[in-house]
Design a protein around this ligand. Structure first.
Ligand code: NAD
Ligand code: ZN
Length: 341
């Protein structure tokens, strides 16, 4: 599958991990985390140069970014040295930002190894790191040379991480493709080898359509992907980033935002029930204690980098498989929904 962008295009290849690695430039430097290294170091060439960071969001920091730049310089990496992001979304974002900035940009290859990274973060060119003041506040649009989707790597994910990524999969179905929701429901065990492959492929097709239409998130198309994220980001922040994973937070957010859609008369009645039931069947949480502090939640949403001028923007469902960006949902309506939850 080819993804077009303003400066060219790149391929998303569906292949085995062995094939993906064999196609990379021989002098590539791999960036990975400790968990992925422990599981997959043996799949890399024995002589490969590997930079390994601790697993988890904390590695998406300025400190880690600076450390990696120095390591590349010490290893005498040049402008043609390729950097391979081999891991989940944390590694994709971090390695991507390192690649975008080292010597003003070196070739980047993505081998995403979580459901979330395969269906979402590895495609679309957004890379970045966090600041103590907030997540993803420093970054760039930096497309990779290729993305290799090796679904065999998903076999080693914990059930919790697998479901976490499935939240984003359901999101694509809810906002863009009701048939995708049906195929998730009809696929018996998604963890059987190969069972998730057509679902991952469909999600990437949907993301391709959106990012090709609105690469730099200026036309409102890409912002549609934020269904569940206005509330979800606030849940992540109020729980201190960590106890509730990103997909879990947006699962909770999608339920609340489906209810907001119904409350303002945009969504068909019953939308929230369908969303909630689907996510619960996936083993995802659909509520959180932080939803009880309505003032705090609204204040946190208004402070989000995507909120502006005291207005709350939501991507809301019109039906299952269709959505609309609503940029100024009255705060009184949001409050009403939260107080009745
Ligand atoms: P992650 O990278 O932290 O991976 C989750 C956990 O799974 C980690 O502990 C990791 O070590 C482990 N892991 C990774 N691959 C594994 C495998 N194959 N087997 C076993 N364990 C494995 O988190 P994530 O959920 O993949 O990504 C979240 C990040 O993605 C966030 O930082 C978020 O901001 C970012 N993101 C970016 C975009 C984008 O467009 N750039 C979009 C969505 C999310
Ligand atoms: Zn997300």
């Amino acid at each position: 599958m080819t993804i077009r962008h303003s400066a060219g295009s790149y391929e998303v290849d569906f292949c085995s991990l062995g094939e993906a690695i064999s196609r990379l430039p021989a002098d590539s430097i791999y960036l990975t985390d400790e968990n992925v290294e422990a599981l997959y170091r043996k799949a890399l060439p024995p002589s490969a140069q590997v930079l390994t960071v601790p697993a988890g969001e904390a590695s998406k920091s300025i400190g880690q970014w600076a450390e990696l730049q120095s390591r590349l310089a010490q290893w005498k990496a040049g402008r043609k040295t390729s950097l391979v992001a081999f891991g989940g979304g944390v590694i994709g974002d971090l390695a991507g930002f390192v690649a975008a900035t080292y010597m003003r940009g070196v070739p980047l290859y993505q081998i995403p190894t979580t459901v979330l990274a395969q269906v979402d973060s590895s495609v679309g060119g957004k890379v970045g790191i966090d600041l103590p003041e907030g997540k993803n506040l420093v970054g760039a649009f930096y497309p990779p040379r290729t993305v290799a989707i090796c679904t065999e790597t998903l076999a080693t994910l914990s059930d919790r991480e697998f479901s976490n990524g499935m939240a984003e999969v359901w999101k694509y179905g809810f906002i863009l493709d009701s048939a995708l929701c049906d195929s998730i429901r009809q696929t018996g065990s998604l963890r059987e080898p190969g069972a998730i492959d057509p679902i991952v492929r469909r999600c990437i097709e949907l993301k391709k359509q959106v990012v090709e239409e609105d690469e730099f998130e200026t036309k409102g198309e890409r912002a549609k992907l934020n269904f569940g994220h206005t509330v979800g980001h606030a849940v992540e922040k109020l729980t201190g980033y960590g106890p509730v994973l990103h997909g879990e937070a947006i699962s909770i957010g999608m339920v609340v935002e489906a209810q907001i859609g119904e409350a303002i008369g945009l969504s068909e009645p019953g939308m929230r029930a369908t969303v909630e039931e689907s996510l619960r069947s996936q083993g995802l949480p659909t509520t959180s204690v932080v939803l009880r502090d309505v003032d705090m939640l609204i204040e946190t949403m208004l402070l989000d980098k995507k909120a502006s001028g005291g207005r709350l923007a939501f991507s809301l469902l019109t039906s299952i498989g269709a959505c609309k960006l609503v940029e100024d949902v009255p705060i009184s309506d949001v409050r009403g929904v939260l107080e009745r939850l």
